[in-house]
Ligand binder design. Structure first.
Ligand code: UDP
Ligand code: MG
Length: 316
């Protein structure tokens, strides 16, 4: 099979028929063999009825229905496991992404050898203040932290080589950072393609302003997991040692200064009267705790069932 189109959806009943017809038209025009996997992420409107109705018309359709709303990443993850096509294409259900991009995305994966091609909403039709500006900032940070040169990390329209989707794991809200996950999994040929973007035709956006705050936290998590996930001591140990060392040296200086003054008959005070004493003490305690955090992290990561799980590319 050439292509699996994956569509996560949450209360998008108005768009589904139109989206299906459009995808079908593009597929037929290009003679692709394909499947469409709808993932109904716990919709409470008529979305599921429409999907079952479409299923009767077409054997290309597969669908998963969640019992409740889990989020876009879990929806994508489930469909990734199910996908059979050589090229896997994800797209939003709200008609903001255009199925007309599919042939070119397919070609880039097949002929130019990309592992992942991410859509880039070069001209974007969302509100300036709540979407466009924050998203510029967000993308700049993601570029900086991950070293991947993409303009638009979180575009719903993406194409993957099948291998890639079988080797990444999305959870929580990690769909914003798929390129980062793909890179950590060892796939390095990541490209982008400017894509058409439309204003939302029906319904409203499912993500509020909290997305940016959560997005940053997730980015930090990813950065940490990627660099130190398998060796937490290298993070906590360095910080802990550094803090302890500074505190220790400072406390010695405080003590030595007092002894020096005593010895030379200068006026002196109790070490406990010096603020530096308390600051150093705190630093030593924090240092020890960070260090302990490192040990605990090592114990936890040692117990992980994934600890000896490597992604093997080829083997004889
Ligand atoms: N979506 C989903 N589960 C959710 C939220 C959203 O499957 O909990 C789907 C939604 O139906 C749409 C896609 O994810 O197909 C992108 O959502 P939306 O259009 O609201 O995001 P935006 O375009 O505003 O970034
Ligand atoms: Mg949308």
């Amino acid at each position: 099979m050439d292509i699996s189109v994956i569509i996560p959806l949450y209360n998008e009943e108005e768009s589904l028929r139109e989206l299906y017809e459009w995808i079908k038209r593009v597929m037929d025009e290009n003679n692709f063999t394909y499947e469409i996997i709808f993932v109904d992420d716990g919709s409470t409107d008529g979305s599921w009825n429409i999907i079952t109705e479409l299923k009767e018309k077409s054997e290309h359709i597969h669908a998963i229905k969640f019992r409740r709303n889990y989020g876009k990443s879990p929806a994508l993850q489930c469909a990734f496991q199910k996908a059979q096509g050589d090229v896997v294409i994800t797209m939003d259900a709200d008609l903001q992404d255009s199925p007309d991009e599919i042939p070119e995305l397919y070609r880039m994966i097949k002929e130019e050898g990309y592992d992942l091609v991410s859509g880039w909403k070069k001209k974007r039709y969302d509100s300036i203040l709540t979407k466009n500006l924050p998203s510029k900032l967000f993308n700049a940070t993601a570029r900086c932290v991950s070293g991947i040169k993409l303009h638009d990390f979180n575009c719903g329209l993406k194409a993957y080589r099948k291998d890639v989707v079988k080797n990444i794991e999305l959870y929580n809200e990690m769909h914003r950072y798929i390129p980062v996950l793909v890179k950590s999994a060892g796939f390095t040929k990541i490209g982008e393609k400017p894509v058409q973007h439309q204003p939302r035709k029906y319904g409203k956006s499912k993500f509020g302003a909290s997305r940016f705050f959560n997005g940053y936290l997730d980015l930090m998590t990813l950065w940490f997991l990627n660099r130190f996930g398998k060796k937490p001591m290298h993070f906590f140990g360095v910080l802990g040692t550094l803090m302890f060392f500074i505190g220790f040296v400072a406390v010695i200086i405080v003590g030595a200064t007092k002894l020096y003054d005593m010895h030379h008959g200068n006026p002196y005070r109790l070490v406990t009267e010096s603020p530096y004493f308390y600051i150093s003490l705190t630093m030593m305690i924090l240092g020890t705790m960070l260090f302990l955090g490192g040990f605990l992290g090592e114990l936890i990561s040692r117990n992980s069932p994934e600890r000896n799980h490597y992604r093997i590319e080829e083997e004889f």
